[in-house]
Design a protein around this ligand. Structure first.
Ligand SMILES: *[C@@H]1O[C@H](CO)[C@@H](O)[C@H](O)[C@H]1NC(C)=O
Ligand SMILES: *[C@@H]1O[C@H](CO)[C@@H](O)[C@H](O)[C@H]1NC(C)=O
Ligand SMILES: *[C@@H]1O[C@H](CO)[C@@H](O)[C@H](O)[C@H]1NC(C)=O
Ligand SMILES: *[C@@H]1O[C@H](CO)[C@@H](O)[C@H](O)[C@H]1NC(C)=O
Ligand SMILES: *[C@@H]1O[C@H](CO)[C@@H](O)[C@H](O)[C@H]1NC(C)=O
Ligand SMILES: *[C@@H]1O[C@H](CO)[C@@H](O)[C@H](O)[C@H]1NC(C)=O
Ligand SMILES: *[C@@H]1O[C@H](CO)[C@@H](O)[C@H](O)[C@H]1NC(C)=O
Ligand SMILES: CC(=O)N[C@H]1CO[C@H](CO)[C@@H](O)[C@@H]1O
Length: 300
């Protein structure tokens, strides 16, 4: 107890501190001599310079392995996913034919209008090229030189026929025969394989009811573009996709499906599938792999 309560005057403490800062007897600054300080500062300067160098070197080595034109890691390797437009969080297209406002089918029409803006014929003719139908639009790099101006093929909005919104600005919604757009996710360098019995120049899209009953209640469907087949077609010329940087003007091909004679006041679950030799549309772990399911219900 006595030792703990030992008291020193304020002056004594200041003195001790002063001596610690600069001790004239031993010529020490903060407990070290000048040469000791020089050594220790030198050590840390060299040490940190070394660490900085190591860090910079490893970053540089990593950057050498990165290609600006293709992502280093893909999370999904082979099968592209499908998505619909108009898209809602719940993937439902449910409306009342009478309900034209923004709470009704007007909202779907607005979504389709904005999804199709980049496909306007004038826009596509300006930024896209006319390509050979039925063959891949391959544009190889010249040797080691990265060709970052790959051409993109035109996809004209007018090729969506009655689903283009050009003749019928309501995309059939006002008559209870709605159009739904199907788009396939972009996968860099992906080349789809055709199924010869369906088409030799394109992959095809088919929309069917999830059950036999739904299939009957969905009624007649037409697809755009269909290139003379009974299904929707995505021409091979829209593949491969070379990535955002190399192919800035690329727009994905679309397929529109119009439901002409849907049984009303019924929940109908529709499944659209991509038919291609190398697209897996039966992956249990990924319900969007090569297919998409949505609910269609038209009330009256
Ligand atoms: C829709 O309109 C028709 C006539 O225009 C009417 O008979 C019907 O009751 C309306 N339905 C609803 C749900 O408002
Ligand atoms: C696309 O066409 C529609 C209808 O013709 C028009 O309303 C719209 O403004 C056009 N969009 C662009 C980006 O040109
Ligand atoms: C992309 O589109 C623009 C016009 O929007 C055009 O000037 C340019 O040439 C196009 N690029 C390629 C590679 O076709
Ligand atoms: C497109 O719409 C027009 C006008 O409603 C119709 O006459 C024509 O048969 C439709 N085309 C198809 C392929 O359904
Ligand atoms: C695709 O080509 C094969 C072989 O040339 C042919 O037998 C088949 O009928 C073609 N398919 C279509 C849809 O034209
Ligand atoms: C496409 O769907 C129809 C029903 O709408 C079905 O009869 C046909 O077999 C399907 N075709 C393919 C290739 O899946
Ligand atoms: C529409 O579907 C109903 C049954 O769902 C059928 O009786 C009718 O013939 C169909 N109409 C057309 C034009 O296909
Ligand atoms: C009806 C139609 O447009 N058919 C075309 C489908 O695609 C092939 C492949 O190029 C064309 O040759 C056909 O003219």
């Amino acid at each position: 107890m006595a030792a703990l309560s030992q008291k020193r005057s304020c002056g004594q403490i200041m003195n001790e501190f002063g001596e610690f800062m600069w001790n004239p007897r031993t010529r020490e600054f903060m407990g070290r001599t000048a040469s000791s300080w020089v050594l220790i500062v030198t050590f840390y300067v060299v040490f940190y310079a070394f660490l900085t160098g190591m860090f910079a070197l490893s970053i540089w080595v990593m950057l050498q392995t990165i290609d600006d034109y293709t992502p280093k890691y893909w999370d999904r390797l082979s099968s592209p996913g499908l998505m619909i437009r108009p898209k809602t969080d719940s993937l439902e297209i449910v409306y009342n034919i009478n309900d034209t406002g923004n709470s009704g089918w007007g909202a779907y029409v607005a979504k389709l209008n904005s999804a199709l803006e980049v496909y306007n014929d004038s826009v596509q003719m300006q930024q896209g090229s006319v390509c050979n139908q039925g063959v891949f639009n391959k544009q190889d790099n010249m040797g080691d030189v990265k060709n970052n101006h790959k051409k993109a093929c035109q996809f004209l909005r007018s090729s969506l026929g009655n689903c283009s919104g050009l003749d019928d600005p309501t995309y059939g919604y006002k008559d209870g025969s709605p159009c739904v757009l199907i788009k396939m996710n972009r996968i860099i360098n992906f080349l789809p394989g055709v199924i010869p019995s369906l088409s030799n120049s394109s992959i095809t899209i088919n929309c069917t009811g999830k059950t036999t009953d739904t299939e009957l209640m969905l009624g007649r469907r037409t697809y755009y573009p269909s290139n003379g087949t009974v299904l929707g077609t995505m021409d091979l010329m829209y593949f491969p996709y070379y990535g955002k940087k190399a192919q800035t003007n690329y727009t994905q091909p679309l397929v529109a499906v119009q439901f002409h004679n849907v049984t009303q006041n019924q929940d109908l679950f529709v499944e659209c599938r991509a038919n291609a030799a190398n697209i897996n549309s039966n992956d249990d772990r990924d319900k969007f792999s090569g297919r998409v399911t949505f609910k269609l219900r038209i009330n009256k």
